[in-house]
Design a protein around this ligand. Structure first.
Ligand SMILES: *Cc1c(COP(=O)(O)O)cnc(C)c1O
Length: 486
């Protein structure tokens, strides 16, 4: 921290200049998170930027309350009340979207969070506590809870497992099958399993896991064993896709063992970063001892979140999107994303150079790998696309498919058909350029040579590294001669 202050214009200039170096978020095809909203919504968000969400969450309003506080307080409380109501309205709309079995006029059980990660921590805690209570009642040990997931889970599940001391039992993936196999998952379930977590829209390739089959198998297993292992659906990205594109697909509260669902409002809920939702099937699925009752201004307000204070703009924005777009608007946007994903997929297929690893009926994204990555790999394609401004991540799959590397392009609302076509053209340019470059000698290759020719002296890692660096230096120098410095 500097000793003295500087003028506000200078501070602004310094930071603004530095931020110019950031990539353009709209060209960041790595992320599911919303990068564009309507200007009307931007206005609403700016107008609520100085309002603390916790106030709306905690301040209840009752007729008695209104009678005892001053007019000034009534005014504040009314503003706050409106935010609080909006959160609950969002919870209700989303719970209905997920087919929660709610009676007429019955309020849904759920909460707004910072994102799916917080929602998953909360849902996981509810499962853990319910399971512990049950085991205590049965007089059985309750110190070794586990959760069954696919190895393709998002990192927040590993965080949950480590932070809250639950063993994560992962179903391994296999070549060509990159989601959790429900049969194998149910085999791994034991008495200490607090829940099986299925993903609607795997982060790696957008594929929907077969929640219906998981439910049916688990119903059967529960019947045989007398357990009542439940299911959580991590619908971070798919929760706002499936209801609009595949309304017949049964993945939500229509399945009896699905007890809670999370969704990221800031992914296909179409709100800027900072909002997620956790929805429970019934009141009974959220143990009461996890809910804190806060008495501000003399009335009871239940709360169940990890953080206390946070901004309220995102809740306002979610409410805006839900009422502005309605079923019709969300359906149109999701269909459009899906069509653009197809344009991109077909363009990539036409190059003849890629295998498509994503599925047509999942989250609108295209995951693809090189048919031949012996000379140049996916990481190089990703690196070179940055020069055109595109951010397209490359990553290896989790066990047992770690030998597969994929590139992934997430199609968001603001990714137009023109951009999809442009991206295909740029990928073609990159491929062309890579074809003319020397191959990076991979360590794997030289190790193979040694294995097959025992007489050859094994190169040390540093020697291999030097060789590669020299080859690239030479190539870059040669290019500079022809292209000139730009
Ligand atoms: C993005 C994602 C998460 C984490 O969600 P945040 O909203 O970023 O916290 C969890 N699970 C899946 C499947 C995701 O795609």
């Amino acid at each position: 921290m500097p000793e003295s202050s500087i003028p506000k214009e200078a501070a602004y200039q310094i930071i603004n200049d530095e931020l110019m170096l950031d990539g353009n978020p709209r060209l960041n095809l790595a992320s599911f998170v919303t990068t564009w909203m309507e200007p009307e919504c931007d206005k609403l968000m700016m107008a609520s930027i100085n309002k603390n969400y916790v106030d709306m969450d905690e301040y209840p309003i009752t007729t008695e309350l209104q009678a005892i506080v001053s007019m000034y307080l009534v005014g504040i409380v009314l503003i706050i009340y409106h935010f609080w109501i909006k959160q609950n309205r969002c919870v209700n709309m989303i719970a209905h979207l997920f087919n929660a079995p709610l009676g007429n006029g019955e309020a849904a059980v759920g909460v707004g969070t910072v994102g799916s990660s917080e929602a998953i921590m909360l849902a996981g805690l509810a499962f853990k506590r319910k399971w512990q209570n049950k085991m205590k009642q049965l007089g059985k040990p309750y110190d070794k809870p586990n959760i069954v997931t696919g190895a393709n889970v998002q990192v927040c599940w590993e965080k949950f497992a480590r932070y809250f001391e639950v063993e994560l039992k992962e179903v391994k993936l296999s070549d060509g099958y990159y989601v959790m196999d429900p049969d194998k998952a149910v085999e791994m379930v034991d008495e200490n399993t607090i829940c099986v977590a299925a993903i609607l829209g795997s982060t790696l390739n957008g594929e929907f896991e077969d929640v219906k089959r998981l439910n049916d198998l688990l119903v059967e297993k529960n019947k045989q064993t007398g357990w009542d292992t439940p299911i959580h659906v991590d619908a971070a990205s798919g929760g706002f896709i499936a209801p609009f594109l595949y309304p017949e697909l049964e993945w939500d509260f229509r399945l009896p063992l699905v007890k809670s669902i999370n969704v990221s409002g800031h992914k296909y809920g179409l709100v800027y970063a900072g909002i997620g939702w956790a929805i429970w099937r019934n009141k009974e699925d959220l143990p009461d001892e996890l809910i804190f009752h806060i008495n501000y201004l003399g009335a009871d307000q239940p709360t169940f979140t990890l953080n206390f204070s946070k901004g309220s703009s995102q809740v306002i924005a979610q409410y805006y999107q839900l009422i502005r777009l309605g079923h019709e608007g969300y359906t149109n946007i999701m269909e459009n994303c899906q069509e653009n994903a197809m344009v991109l997929k077909e363009g990539l297929e036409l190059t003849g150079r890629f295998n498509i690893v994503s599925k047509d009926n999942g989250v609108p994204l295209v995951a693809f790998s090189l048919k031949d990555n012996s000379r140049h790999n996916e990481f190089e394609v990703s690196d070179m696309l940055r020069r055109f401004g595109w951010i397209v991540p490359a990553y290896t799959m989790p066990p047992d498919a770690q030998h597969v590397t994929v590139l992934r392009v997430v199609i968001r609302e603001d990714f137009s058909r023109t951009l999809a076509e442009r991206l295909v053209a740029d990928i073609q340019k990159v491929l062309h350029e890579l074809d003319s470059m020397p191959s990076r000698i991979t360590e794997k290759l030289s190790v193979n040579v040694v294995e097959h020719h025992p007489g050859v002296v094994k190169k040390t890692a540093i020697e291999v590294q030097r060789e590669i660096t020299a080859a690239w230096r030479k190539m870059v120098a040669d290019k500079k001669k022809t292209n000139g410095v730009c």
